[in-house]
Write a protein that binds this ligand. Structure first.
Ligand code: UD1
Length: 405
């Protein structure tokens, strides 16, 4: 296992060959993927730019596939523009559906693309349906005898995270993607521990840090320049809330109870609530949204762009969320975060001190919020290797793997 450095990967017989140029195909499907892919695309561009003329270094031809799992401008294309991610080479345009429909549709549309392009590497990030769908296709594909290899090396970025809650669709996606991957890039020590406990060959595991934090660090100036606080007319101190997890928003009882909690907290602190499309649909269906707007000091907005959202978070004294990625972003920014879940696959955020894993008990949420609002401020730490260089480490390990194969 390589910790924070370039390591020797395990060799897979079909993949043992030398390359001058390798083709890497990356998958982006849903909103939390885009900020991770931004760091990878940046690191590839940096790698290619630094190849000296006449050197025998391997260059990377990078192909980007957007599955279309998220398709609204505010959930998808806006992020490509803001983060300077190259336009996807291919868009599968799958759209929404049940888990089975969405996963199957991605697989059906992705297989011919993989057979046509025959990339050397398939890179997937995170834990969404697009991640497992494309991994599963790549693991079983057969390029045919002329290609020199049967399938691409499968690379999973953000591997090894486990909530140990198999009712979460993302947990199923994580376990299966990791089981099928050839290189596993982890963000925190728990990732190494979980993969090792599952019997993964330690030569496949690389501790590289967090590509989502790379993107946050490289956009800090633009985040500070956003004028979203003025545009929304919100005055500090304030809190930011996001909610989208089906277990929290699909049940009327739970969503009504969480809305009551937000109303109570908003009596002490105004709240900005960018509402995910799934949550908006449910709030309309359950007749909650008018009540939130009428009674409380809560500003509900459309989903925000990356820079505006993180600017709001950076200026907040409290974040309340059920998202995975926001637990990490608040950790880096040292903003207290109340997580409305019983578990987290990102325990380093709790160890760093900023993440309060509270669940959905109303009393505990309000009590913790009051402690944050009125209590003494605490010292939080930054997780190891969350330093803005994770994408570069990943690309370096991938190119070394092919150079040394
Ligand atoms: C997905 C991920 C989740 C991630 C979240 C971030 C899976 C299993 N879940 O959940 O891990 O945290 O993205 O948002 O992959 N919709 C739109 N416009 C869009 C996209 C979705 O209106 O651009 C609506 C549709 O009604 C859709 C619903 O939102 O049915 C849910 O979208 P979906 O992709 O199924 O899952 P998310 O809840 O967004």
């Amino acid at each position: 296992m390589a910790i924070g450095s370039v390591g020797q990967c395990s060799k897979i017989s079909e993949l043992e060959f030398k390359l001058k140029e390798l083709t890497m195909m990356s998958i982006a499907g849903a909103r939390p993927n885009f900020m991770k892919i931004a760091s990878i695309a940046q690191a590839v561009a940096h790698h290619n730019l630094n190849i000296k003329p006449g050197s025998d270094a391997t260059s990377i031809r990078h192909l980007l596939v957007h599955t279309g799992q998220h398709y609204d401008h505010k959930m998808s294309h806006g992020f490509f523009e803001e983060l300077g991610i190259p336009r996807p080479d291919i868009n599968l345009e799958v759209g929404s559906g049940t888990h089975a429909q969405q996963t199957a549709e991605i697989m059906k549309r992705f297989e011919p693309i993989l057979l046509q392009e025959k990339p050397d590497v398939l890179l997937v990030v995170g834990d969404v349906n697009s991640t497992i769908a494309c991994t599963l296709v790549a693991a079983k594909i057969d390029y045919g005898t002329d290609a020199g290899r049967r399938r691409p090396a499968i690379v999973h970025v953000e591997a090894g995270l486990r909530s140990f809650d198999r009712d979460m669709p993302e947990e199923i996606n994580r376990i299966l993607t990791d089981a099928l991957s050839d290189m596993l890039f982890v963000t925190e020590q728990s990732g190494i521990d979980n993969l090792t406990a599952e019997g993964v060959d330690e030569k496949k595991i690389h501790f590289v840090g967090n590509v989502m934090i790379d993107t946050l660090i490289s956009h800090l100036k633009k985040i500070r320049d956003s004028d979203i606080i003025n545009r929304l007319g919100v005055h500090a101190p304030y809190a930011v809330v996001t909610l989208h997890r089906p277990s929290n928003v699909d049940s009327k009882e739970i969503l009504v109870s969480l809305a009551d909690v937000l109303l109570e907290i908003s009596e002490s602190l105004p709240i900005v609530f960018p509402v995910h499309p799934r949550t908006r649909n449910r709030m309309e269906e359950f007749g909650i949204i008018d009540e939130l707007l009428r009674r409380g000091r809560i500003i509900c907005t459309e989903p925000l762009g990356y820079l505006d959202f993180l600017s709001l978070v950076q200026g907040a004294i409290l974040v309340i969320t059920d998202s995975g990625g926001i637990q990490e972003e608040t950790t880096y920014l040292k903003i207290p975060c109340i997580t409305l879940r019983a578990n987290t696959e990102r325990p380093v955020t709790v160890m760093a001190g900023s993440n309060y894993l509270i669940g959905i008990d109303s009393f505990r949420i309000v009590e913790t919020a009051k402690n944050v609002i009125y209590g003494k401020s605490k010292q939080y730490s930054t997780p190891f290797l969350w330093d803005g260089k994770s994408g570069e480490r990943i690309i370096s390990i991938i190119t070394d793997y092919f150079a040394n194969a």
